[in-house]
Design a protein around this ligand. Sequence first.
Ligand code: NAD
Length: 332
Amino acid sequence: MTYTVTLIPGDGTGPELTQALETVIAATGVPIEWERRHAGVDVMEEYGTPLPEQVLESVRRNKVAIKGPITTPVGTGFRSVNVALRKELDLYACLRPAESLKGVRSRYKDIDLVIVRENTEDLYAGIEHMVGADAAESIKIITRKGSERIVRFAFEYARAHDRRKVTAVHKANIMKCTDGLFLAVAREVAGRYPDIEFEDRIVDNMCMQLVQKPELYDVLVLPNLYGDIVSDLCAGLIGGLGVAPGANIGESAAVFEPVHGSAPKYTGQNKVNPTALLLSGVLMLDHLGEAEAAKRMHAAIAAVIAEGKDVTYDLGGAAGTQQMAAAIACRL
Ligand code: NAD
């Protein structure tokens, strides 16, 4: 069976990274036909929008997409294509595994965490306004439905991946309605998964604990804002953005992408590290049900990084993006 997957190359260093991804996926032997669709600043002129309908149509039809990063203009111009994609396709779960890889410089060695961030609600619902000239309000939305489905996602993920514990992160001591609802729903859902341990932590304490004792934690589930912040903290624990993969998953589609942005200053230089996008590809293979190929691809990436010969500048090597991808493909 051949899978059809929407490939969104993105802009900046995105196209070079997706080229590296194609090389490595081809070497896994999993038959994937890429349906290339373009989004971002480069298509604005032709389509009048950075996210043309044909991109959404392709992802809806194929149900799986992988993308390179897309630049968002600061202050003016269009809204983030990344945020629009998540909204349009209701990709409510943001999955970000954070795992130490031998050969990646970091203060920590044995990190193995999975962050599950709610992607659609909270202060990111974008409901804010000025109150006169000198004050502003932003409204925090938390619903039973939104909390239920994200906590269920975290427990289902834990069960499917032999994880032992889910920790719900909140600030329900202060925000008794919004975070209070999130926590109450998390406790209810946890009751349906007696095989998996459950606990909760207040977000500020969680940040300190992750820095001091990350080995105590396993799967974390968080509302949108805390999830955004804590997932970058966890990327820091494993050595930074160059090695942090991600996925945005909904009921009817899933979009895989690295956590990092388009690194525009390196565009066209064959320089940036493809690991984060390649590890996002591993998550995609797993999602497609190709667990064995996902495992092989992960092992090949880890082996090339551990060897340290064919790796990019940020990992202490002198290889280019495509050379590193070729070395990983060769291992496969
Ligand atoms: P960035 O992630 O592009 O870069 C931050 C730093 O990390 C830079 O020094 C960069 O060179 C480095 N870096 C990033 N990826 C790397 C890689 N693969 N290998 C080696 N080094 C790497 O963040 P930024 O500069 O804040 O954002 C640039 C643009 O990307 C912005 O327009 C932003 O909106 C966009 N962005 C897009 C996404 C997305 O598409 N999902 C995510 C974040 C940022």
